[in-house]
Design a protein around this ligand. Structure first.
Ligand SMILES: [Zn+2]
Length: 268
C-alpha cells in the first residue's frame, strides 16, 4: 500500500554503489528507515529529494517492516547550512539527537517542527550558531520529557533574583538566599551522613546564571515553536547560555554524541 508522507532526512547509509537507507523523521510515524533504490545515481528522479538534511515529500510502500521510497519530491534542501563547517557540524549533531529520541511508529509533530526550525535557523546564518545550538538543546530535552522548572525558585517560589542558581540535574533553580540556605543545610546533613542529602544542591551540578541568561533559557523552553530563536545574547552571556544548555541535555539524555565532540572541534 502506498502512502505519502513528509520527512526530514537525518542519516543515510550507502548500500552498494547506487542505493541508500535513510533515517527519516516524520510527524506521523516518528523515526523510520526508508530504502531508496538508485538514489545515488545523479540522474535519478529521487536524487535531490534524498540528500542528507533535506525535507521532502515521499511516497513510500511498506514491505516486511521496511519502507521503500517510490516517489520523492524536495520541499526544502537547507543547502546553506553546509556553507560553514560549524553549521554543518551543528546540523549533524541536531540530526543525531533527534534520531536518538524519536521513536519508530510514534508521532512526533513537535520534534519534527523543532528540527526543521533549527535547520532553517542554521541555514539563514542570522543568529550565532551557539545560540541556535543552546535553544535546540533545551527545547529537545523538554520534548524528551525533561522540562526544567524555570518559573519560580524551588525554595521560596519567588521569581525575581539577579543571580540564579540552576540545578542542572534537578532541572530546578534557586534564588540566592535559598541556594545559600540549602547549601549550608546540605553541608550539615552530609557531615551527619543523612540519606536525604541528595535533595539538596551541594554535590550536584549548579550553574550560576545572570538574569539575562536565565531569561533566554525561559524563552527557549516556553516560547511558541516559531519564535524560539527570536532573542539576542552576546559574549559572556551567550557562552553561559550555551554551556548550561549543553550540560542540561547531556545530563538528562545520559549519553554522549560523537557529533557533539566534532562540533566543538570545529566551532570557533
Ligand atoms: Zn528562593
Amino acid at each position: 500500500m502506498l502512502e505519502t508522507i513528509r520527512g526530514v532526512i537525518l542519516r543515510e547509509t550507502a548500500i552498494g554503489d547506487y542505493d541508500k537507507i535513510m533515517t527519516v523523521l516524520t510527524a506521523e510515524h516518528g523515526r523510520i528507515s526508508v530504502y531508496a533504490k538508485g538514489a545515488k545515481r545523479l540522474k535519478s528522479p529521487i536524487f535531490t529529494a534524498t540528500q542528507l538534511f533535506s525535507y521532502s515529500e515521499m511516497t513510500i510502500a511498506k514491505s516486511n517492516e521496511t519502507y521503500y521510497l517510490r516517489v520523492g519530491e524536495l520541499i526544502e534542501s537547507f543547502y546553506r547550512l553546509r556553507e560553514t563547517l560549524e553549521g554543518a557540524a551543528l546540523a549533524s549533531y541536531v540530526a543525531d539527537v533527534a534520531a536518538d529520541i524519536a521513536v519508530e511508529g510514534q508521532p512526533c509533530t513537535d520534534l519534527c517542527r523543532l528540527v526543521l526550525n533549527t535547520f532553517h535557523a542554521i541555514a539563514m546564518q542570522k543568529k550565532p550558531v551557539a545560540l541556535i545550538k543552546g535553544v535546540f538543546e533545551l527545547r529537545i530535552s523538554a520534548i524528551a520529557g525533561f522540562v526544567p522548572n524555570l518559573v519560580a525558585c524551588g525554595g521560596c517560589g519567588s521569581s525575581d533574583s539577579d543571580v540564579l542558581y540552576f540545578d542542572v540535574s534537578g532541572g530546578i533553580f534557586y534564588c540566592e538566599e535559598c541556594y545559600r540556605q540549602s547549601a549550608a543545610l546540605a553541608e550539615a546533613l552530609a557531615s551527619r551522613r543523612c540519606e536525604n542529602e541528595g535533595i539538596y544542591p551541594t554535590g550536584q551540578l549548579i550553574s550560576i546564571l545572570s538574569s539575562s541568561v536565565f531569561a533566554a533559557m525561559r524563552y527557549a523552553v516556553y516560547s511558541r515553536a516559531e519564535r524560539i530563536f527570536s532573542f539576542e545574547l552576546k559574549d559572556e552571556a551567550l557562552a553561559d547560555f550555551a554551556r548550561v544548555a549543553e550540560h542540561y541535555l547531556v545530563c538528562h539524555l545520559e549519553r554522549s554524541y560523537a557529533t557533539l565532540e566534532f562540533y566543538h572541534a570545529v566551532a570557533s
